[in-house]
Design a protein around this ligand. Structure first.
Ligand code: ARG
Length: 571
């Protein structure tokens, strides 16, 4: 916690029946300065104290002591408002941003803890589609957020690379696929994901008339599970083809993983997991399948093994959770997966709980809504799947057109256009609360004046340009008494709020808290810049203001980087 918030929490905690963390979670910055620098909403404790919020705030304003950083405490309606020392806040915040630079915003609250984050996790042999984008982008941001608050983070791509469909694909490949004999590399066969999809579709078409194909497929999956060489080689081949496309897209997005241990990774650990479930007396046979009955908890059964003994998605997830606990001893295991899988997570978390694992309380399903496309370019109305790669390319193309129009002489145009194009998509995923559906609208996401990634990036580039024109580099050896303007105070308070914003984003696994913060910071800066100049004759004030806006530049850059966006210096 930074010193201003910490002071306020320390004062409040003597009288307020909440934990430090809870108090901190409620503190906000009032919209205008008359209402103080920080506020605590007393409806947060009205129920517990059985009193009206306005009464509580009036009483607390009387009781709580001022002094040091806090100069005044005033009740305004249900809010308790704190006023802090101007001189202290400018020096404390601007000094810190200046000395910490790229690491400003980091904190130690997660030091010594580990978070495992499962994100993107697409199924192989299929194209990455737009819904994989949300998981990848949200997961990557959460990964960065947790790292920033001191956690050791392990990002896992839990590839969907196991299951009966691979038996089907092997059958299709053997019957109708290209001849692989004599080829040394995948490329030579010309097989790609599109062709794998065609094989998959063909299998289902043919299997309608020829049901024996299904048995053949089951046999091949069995062979795969038992380590048959041909089955394994063919499956590996599908996997390599898929990964080469996936990695191309991840690279464009700037998204990385620490592990690609997918579902297949757990194949030879599944027996042990199932035995533990059996030993705990949780398993039973139903319609020849092995299940955990969850009727008591109002849920359909969790199926562990089909009648042919094949494992399922849930079996592999239970096994993976156990493995992750053994391997990483996590304090938090975060699954970034769409809301449509809510039941799946509830079911297998319940099984983990029934197995006696207390750490199931540290597992969270961080769910999210759908992406919907507004009509026009690339709408889904034609019934086509929108490929992620096409989407990214289109965005970069539009960004390039905009830059051509705005700043045709820009040196590294292609690089910047890519940073803006990709940034626009990432930011649009992260600027609404994750559980909400996202409406994807080209006109909106690339609007340089809207609530968009390009707007934040553009504000950053503008700050860089102003600083270049000043012809002086920022220094923290300034006279902090010279900051007298309200607009400056509003700005410095926003800067100070970065750390707490990140902590809150981590607490709720909600990157949109940071996007909102950045949009707010940009508009606070733009307001300041409308009314005040940097290039002025008063060289002392000029120096102080350079430090202030250099700090704004730094904070925007840090925030963008946590969300996974680049901050170009010229646009
Ligand atoms: N492969 C799954 C899908 O595409 C998502 C996997 C999410 N992670 C997990 N541990 N279940 O729907």
């Amino acid at each position: 916690m930074d010193i201003f918030i910490k002071n306020i929490v320390d004062v409040l905690k003597v009288e307020v029946p909440l934990s430090e963390e809870e108090i901190e979670g409620f503190i906000e910055i009032p919209p205008d300065l008359e209402k103080g620098d920080y506020a605590f909403p007393c409806f947060a404790i009205a129920k517990q104290l059985r009193n009206a919020p306005a009464k509580i705030s009036a009483e607390l304003a009387q009781k709580l002591p001022t002094g040091g950083i806090i100069t005044e405490i005033k009740a305004i309606g249900p809010y308790l408002n704190f006023y802090v020392s101007r001189k202290m806040i400018f020096k404390a915040v601007l000094d810190e941003v200046f000395t910490k630079s790229d690491s400003y915003g980091c904190s130690e609250s997660g030091a010594g803890k580990t978070a495992v984050i499962d994100y993107s996790s697409p199924n192989i042999a299929k194209h990455l589609a737009v819904h994989h984008l949300r998981s990848a982008v949200i997961g990557n941001a959460i990964h960065n957020i947790y790292k920033t608050i001191g956690y050791k983070c392990i990002g896992i791509n839990h590839l969907g690379d196991w299951g009966t469909q691979f038996g089907q694909l092997i059958v299709a490949f053997k019957r109708w696929g290209p001849d692989t004999k004599g080829h040394v590399s995948i490329k030579e066969t010309g097989l790609d994901i599109t062709k794998l999809n065609e094989l998959y579709v063909k299998f289902h078409k043919e299997a309608k008339d020829n049901p024996s194909l299904e048995n053949e497929a089951r046999d091949w999956f069995k062979k795969l599970e038992n380590g048959n060489e041909e089955a394994e080689k063919t499956w590996q081949y599908f996997k390599d083809i898929s990964l080469s496309e996936f990695q191309r897209v991840y690279e464009k997005l700037g998204i990385t993983f620490d592990s690609y241990a997918g579902e297949s990774f757990y194949n030879n650990m599944l027996d042990d997991t199932v035995n533990r479930i059996k030993d705990a007396g949780l398993a039973e046979i139903s319609e020849e399948a092995l299940i955990v009955n969850l009727e008591e908890y109002d849920m359909p059964p969790c199926i562990l093994r089909k009648k042919d003994d094949a494992s399922l998605y849930a079996t592999r997830d239970i096994c993976a959770a156990e493995y992750r606990k053994r391997e990483y001893d996590f304090n938090k295991l975060i699954y970034v997966v769409g809301s449509e899988q809510r039941l799946h997570f509830k079911q297998f978390f319940k099984v983990l709980e029934l197995m006696g694992y207390e750490w199931v309380d540290d597992c969270v399903h961080v769910d999210f809504g759908l992406i919907k496309f507004k009509g026009g370019k690339m709408s889904t109305r034609e019934g086509k799947v929108i490929l992620l790669e096409d989407l990214l390319e289109e965005s970069c193309k539009i960004a390039m057109e905009i830059i051509e129009g705005k700043n045709a002489d820009l040196e590294n145009k292609t690089e910047v256009a890519n940073q803006v194009g990709i940034g626009a998509i990432i930011f649009s995923e992260l600027s609404t609360k994750r559980v909400k559906d996202v409406l994807f609208d080209w006109d909106e996401i690339l609007n340089f004046d809207g609530e968009t990634g390009p707007y934040v990036q553009y504000t950053h580039a503008r700050l860089c340009s102003v600083l270049r024109k000043c012809g002086e580099t920022a220094t923290n050896e300034v006279n902090f008494d010279l900051f007298k303007e309200d607009d400056e105070l509003l700005l410095v308070k926003k800067l100070e709020f970065l750390q707490l914003t990140i902590i809150r984003a981590a607490r709720h696994c909600e990157p949109s808290i940071i996007s909102k913060y950045l949009l707010d910071l940009c508009s606070t800066f733009n307001r300041f810049y409308q009314h005040h100049r940097i290039l002025i004759d008063d060289s002392e004030l000029k120096k102080a203001r350079i430090l202030l806006i250099d700090s704004v530049r730094q904070v925007i850059k840090n925030g963008l980087s946590i969300l996974g966006l680049k901050a170009p210096e010229r646009m």
